[in-house]
Design a protein around this ligand. Structure first.
Ligand SMILES: [Zn+2]
Length: 292
């Protein structure tokens, strides 16, 4: 029997039986599994544990869950899978209002869960974060008015002069949205990482110089192959992501590394995961670490 709870839906405020929703849409985890050698994923929170699925939470009523799930299907088919694609990436993609709403809804879901995590936020930060969550909710229920930016990884690497060893992270890692706060003036930016792409939003208070180079995820056609810059602030964020990625790799136990290596030997197929790994290693010797 399905687990159910009678509570308030976080999106429409109706009292209802809440459904379990994925923090990051299910299709993203499916993509990871379908392009891997084993049907597992790992989280940096506990790198030694194999998971069959991404984290889920009781947030939404059935109606809201279905509403977002339709948006997910559209985004997955007409955008995500056209870039997160090892064989054939599309050069021109069409962004719709539905896709923007979906991306905002993923930010919103992540931030609701993230706000209760252990953190070093000041009261002022938390206040801003709660306002952002409310504002995202308003936009999902009405119309998107936030400027969303995105960074796709398209074509031949190196991507945007980002070091080659980052490729595995760029192409395959998922990172739920989190918020970073900066002072003077007090401001924030939020970043969401999906395979082959980042999405990010800036608050007010950033100078043009700080955010220049970003590509807006805006309604209409976007020529992915023409994008060649990213803001400095996102570049620094990606550097930090890579350091975190290395740290979680280090935490992997020898037993686990052995297990992964055994699974890799068993399977001869050349998966997407292998392709990213080989390119990440450049000309270096094949390493036995893999994300799955
Ligand atoms: Zn609802």
């Amino acid at each position: 029997m399905m687990d159910t709870k009678l509570e308030t839906c976080s999106l429409c405020n109706k009292t209802s039986i809440l459904m379990e929703s994925h923090l990051i849409p299910r299709f993203v985890y499916e993509w990871i599994k379908n392009t891997s050698k084993t049907p597992y994923i790992r989280s940096s929170e506990n790198i030694n544990q194999r998971l069959q699925d991404g984290p889920k939470f009781y947030l939404l009523c059935e109606e809201c869950e279905q509403f977002l799930s339709k948006l997910e299907d559209e985004f997955a088919k007409n955008f995500f899978k056209k870039i997160a694609n090892y064989r054939n990436q599309s050069t021109t993609l069409t962004v719709t209002e539905n896709m923007k709403t979906l991306i905002l809804s993923v930010f919103w879901r992540c931030l609701i869960i993230y706000k209760d995590n252990e953190n070093d936020r000041t009261n002022e930060d938390t206040e801003k974060l709660l306002l952002l969550i409310e504002d995202l909710k308003r936009q999902i229920n009405t119309k998107c008015d936030s400027k969303i930016y995105f960074l796709p990884f398209y074509g031949k690497e190196p991507y945007y002069d980002i070091p080659q060893e980052y490729i595995y992270l760029l192409e395959r890692c998922i990172q739920p949205a989190d918020a970073r706060f900066l002072d003077e003036p007090h401001r924030w930016y939020v970043v969401l990482k999906l395979p082959f792409m980042y999405f990010y939003i800036f608050s007010d208070g950033f100078s043009d110089a700080e955010i220049s180079g970003g590509t807006e995820f805006t309604i209409g056609n976007i020529e992915i192959d023409k994008i060649n810059t990213l803001p400095q602030i996102l570049r620094a964020y990606i550097d930090n992501d890579y350091r975190e990625f290395l740290k979680s790799k280090k935490d992997m136990s020898p037993t686990n590394i052995e297990k992964i290596s055994r699974d890799m030997m068993k399977s001869n197929s050349n998966t997407g995961s292998d392709k990213s790994l080989y390119r990440s290693l450049g000309n270096k010797k094949r390493c036995i670490f893999i994300d799955i």
